[in-house]
Design a protein around this ligand. Structure first.
Ligand code: PLP
Length: 442
């Protein structure tokens, strides 16, 4: 019997033993080709020597010191590096231990900003259906993922949800992709007017939606219209790049593809490539200065924030991404992966849509390609695909969001940026076998 409280009480996963590059190996000697980086985390692959060395060096120097007493060389250097990578208006990084903490920080920072500037009546967020921003109660409140929210209602933050930009399902027959993007972006304006703009803190979105919709990119012009609405009505734009950031889409920040700059952006998973738990909330000077020149204290904090060993791992990850040209590789290999997926699955009866950006791509599964009807099964289909893929020596990330009140299904692929063409070929083969084994019985 396992004494670990596993996420699935009746499923004991295999025990991990080691890893090397694109592969993980369990204690039974089974080898898994990592096509999803765990949950879009392992951007450098497994056991990269430069990150291991940086961690060992920091452990030898000082593994941990509380931020209430000390700052540290790695946290200072990491924040400086992030400020260098970010647009010129973003110069401060609040360093935490993961994605939910980074988003929780973003929400509280946004709320406190309005208190500092004398508008405490702003207590409302607007976010999108089919989104996930973390599992803590605050982050869960702005997420649109119905099945994750349901057991915990009413949630902590007052939030209204609008439509995501989901052309495959929603674009009308008589509108162009651009017109569709503008129409759904304008839902933000409609919701703002309904709520009263001066009651709203900000709008929260993933630039590329991850687990709840499967590498869903917005139509061109959508995010610039969103930014314009936020500016016109003076609300904050909070972007969640926990999954799609840190180079995964072929730019360090996914918002760079959209030609916009957010007021706050959260990053995590790929930041230290999984070698240490870390997240960061990056803020514009306007927000930072409002707090610095106001109360001078952000009412927040965690025991393990800016953890020196995690910061050292993150700094080594960013250096390695740069030295090995891996963000450009993510763009190039992402195109190669998408081409291979189209070749393998365009005519597959149950693959309705192949989409994504960089090494953040997904297949949307449908029971019927003409009507786009999702499979009627619940979350069990995700588990079946995941375990069958593992049986076939492949790690992929099947997930889904709610489509017309039903569970939709997709398989997310987010491999390490060190992926090569032989891995891409093996991924498409193993995925084809997995779909054959799982979907023919549906
Ligand atoms: N935001 C997004 C977009 C995510 O995908 C996730 C995790 O999957 C989170 C936030 C929460 O991150 P964490 O699991 O590190 O708390």
């Amino acid at each position: 019997m396992s004494h670990v409280f596993h996420r699935h009480c009746h499923h004991l996963p295999p025990t991990i033993a080691s890893g090397n590059g694109m592969y993980l190996i369990d204690t039974q000697g089974n080898e898994y080709l990592d096509a999803c980086g765990g949950a879009a985390v392992s951007c450098l692959g497994h056991n990269h020597p430069s990150v291991l060395e940086a961690i060992h060096r920091q452990l030898d120097a000082i593994p941990y010191a509380h931020t209430g007493f000390f700052t540290s060389a790695p946290s200072e250097a990491l924040a400086e590096k992030l400020a260098e990578l970010a647009p010129s208006s973003i110069n401060h990084a609040y360093l935490v231990s993961g994605g939910s903490e980074a988003m929780e920080t973003a929400l509280k920072l946004a709320r406190q900003y309005w208190v500092e500037v004398g508008e405490p009546q702003r207590q409302h967020f607007i976010a999108r259906r089919q989104s996930y921003h973390g599992n803590t109660l605050g982050a869960l409140s702005v997420g649109g993922n119905a099945w994750r929210r349901a057991p915990f209602a009413p949630l902590l933050m007052d939030t209204s949800l609008i439509a995501p930009c989901y052309a495959y399902r929603d674009q009308g027959p008589d509108e162009t992709a651009y017109e569709y993007g503008q129409r759904v972006a304008n839902e933000l304006e409609a919701m703002l007017l309904e709520k009263g703009p001066d009651t709203v803190i900000g709008f929260v979105a993933e630039p590329v939606v991850g687990a709840t919709a499967g590498a869903l990119t917005a139509e061109a012009g959508y995010f610039s219209r969103i930014r314009a609405i936020c500016d016109q009505y003076n609300i904050l734009l909070i972007l969640d790049e926990v999954m799609c950031g840190t180079g995964r889409t072929g730019r360090f920040f996914a918002f760079e593809h959209e030609g916009i700059v957010p007021d706050i952006v959260a990053i995590a998973k790929g930041l230290a490539a999984g070698y240490q738990p870390i997240g960061a909330t990056l803020v514009t000077d306007r927000l930072y200065e409002a707090i610095a020149s106001g109360s001078g204290f952000f009412q927040h904090g965690h025991t393990f924030m800016a953890h020196p060993t995690a910061c050292a791992a993150a700094l080594a990850t960013l250096t390695t991404l740069e030295q090995e040209g891996l963000v450009d590789a993510a763009e190039k290999q992402g195109e190669a992966l998408k081409t291979a997926l189209h070749h393998q699955f365009d005519s597959h009866p149950f693959v309705g849509n192949i989409r994504g950006r960089g090494l953040f791509v997904a297949l949307e599964l449908v029971a019927d390609k003409t009507s786009k009807r999702p499979f009627s099964s619940d979350l069990a289909l995700h588990q079946t695909i995941k375990y069958t893929a593992m049986h076939n020596g492949l790690m992929c990330y099947p997930m889904g969001g709610t489509i017309d009140g039903k569970q939709g299904h997709h398989i997310l692929l987010a491999p390490p940026y060190i992926i090569e063409s032989t891995h891409i070929a093996a991924i498409t083969d193993k995925l084809a076998l997995t779909l054959e084994m799982c979907l023919l019985s549906q």
